[in-house]
Design a protein around this ligand. Structure first.
Ligand SMILES: Nc1nc2c(c(=O)[nH]1)N(C=O)[C@@H](CNc1ccc(C(=O)N[C@@H](CCC(=O)O)C(=O)O)cc1)CN2
Ligand SMILES: Nc1ncnc2c1ncn2[C@@H]1O[C@H](COP(=O)(O)OP(=O)(O)OP(=O)(O)O)[C@@H](O)[C@H]1O
Length: 233
């Protein structure tokens, strides 16, 4: 039942995405690019970002990936593996790509890294059809990012625990009320931060995205208007 609700919702929002005027899509993609660069570059620590090679009607990430690379940031993109797992590989302009064996998308050819590589990633840009202000997102329906985020958060909380046990600062869980912070002053401090990248109309009020047990919330969302953070990490 819930699966049907999710599927209907996905179909609806996919159609809305395809109906976006191409000029609007291009303008929002350009604003997303500058918003992400303006926020990230002054805060970069490891200078490593995980993103995606966009396809179809997604926000276009081409200019963003190139600008990050030009700024000396290592860009990682996902590789779809069997059993709905993701691995990660480095992207650079002109990298050789090959068709995935499990999804209808092209992916770079190169060394494949596991979730451990995220220990030195600052920011994970997560694809989504829609996201609500609890941080719940709807993706392509493969469950790839749900599985990946679960593994990432296990790793992240293990490292928070090891830091807090030596510094006695507090840790908490995502899920408090959202704050829209165009200057992103109150971004949570856990690393890497997970941020859904969506068009303006795809950022919704809490409870609007149907969820199921495996869904993992993201820390924030970014649209052409700026970043929104969903709570403390
Ligand atoms: N840019 C990008 N890369 C990504 C994802 C994503 O959402 N966006 N993924 C996130 O998990 C993974 C790939 N997941 C995918 C899962 C299913 C389909 C797929 O079957 N697409 C069909 C059907 C689309 C439709 O019904 O309209 C297609 O494109 O023909 C594609 C990618 C990893 N890489
Ligand atoms: N950690 C998990 N373990 C087992 N099954 C999972 C897990 N996460 C998701 N699934 C299953 O994967 C399927 C797709 O999940 P869902 O509809 O939430 O995908 P999605 O979030 O839209 O896709 P994606 O994460 O790839 O962007 C569902 O049947 C879901 O139950």
């Amino acid at each position: 039942m819930l699966t049907h609700r999710k599927q209907d919702f996905r179909t609806l929002w996919r159609a809305r995405r395809r109906e976006l005027d191409p000029a609007d899509r291009a303008a929002q993609s350009a604003d997303l690019t500058s918003t992400i660069l303006d926020w990230y570059l002054p805060r970069a620590q490891h200078r490593r970002v995980a993103a995606v090679l966009s396809y179809g009607a997604e926000p276009d990430t081409g200019a963003l990936l190139e600008a990050l690379h030009r700024a000396g940031v290592e860009v990682l993109v996902p590789i779809t593996e069997p059993e709905r797992q993701l691995s990660w590989t480095a992207w650079h302009p002109g990298v050789e790509v090959a068709r995935s064996s499990v999804a209808p998308i092209d992916e770079p050819v190169g060394e494949r890294l596991g979730v451990e590589t995220m220990e030195t990633v600052d920011l994970v840009l997560v694809p989504a059809q829609a996201v609500d202000t609890r941080g719940f997102r709807l993706g392509q329906g493969g469950g790839y990012y749900d599985r990946f985020l679960a593994a990432l958060y296990r790793q992240r909380s293990a490292s928070i625990t090891s830091i807090t046990s030596s510094t006695s600062s507090t840790s908490s869980v995502p899920g408090a009320d959202a704050t829209t912070t165009p200057d992103a002053g109150s971004a949570p401090s856990a690393a890497p931060l997970t941020v859904a990248v969506v068009f303006r109309h795809e950022l919704m009020t809490r409870g609007q995205v149907p969820t199921s047990g495996f869904d993992e919330p993201v820390d924030g969302a970014v649209t052409a208007d700026g970043f929104t953070w969903f709570g403390q990490v």
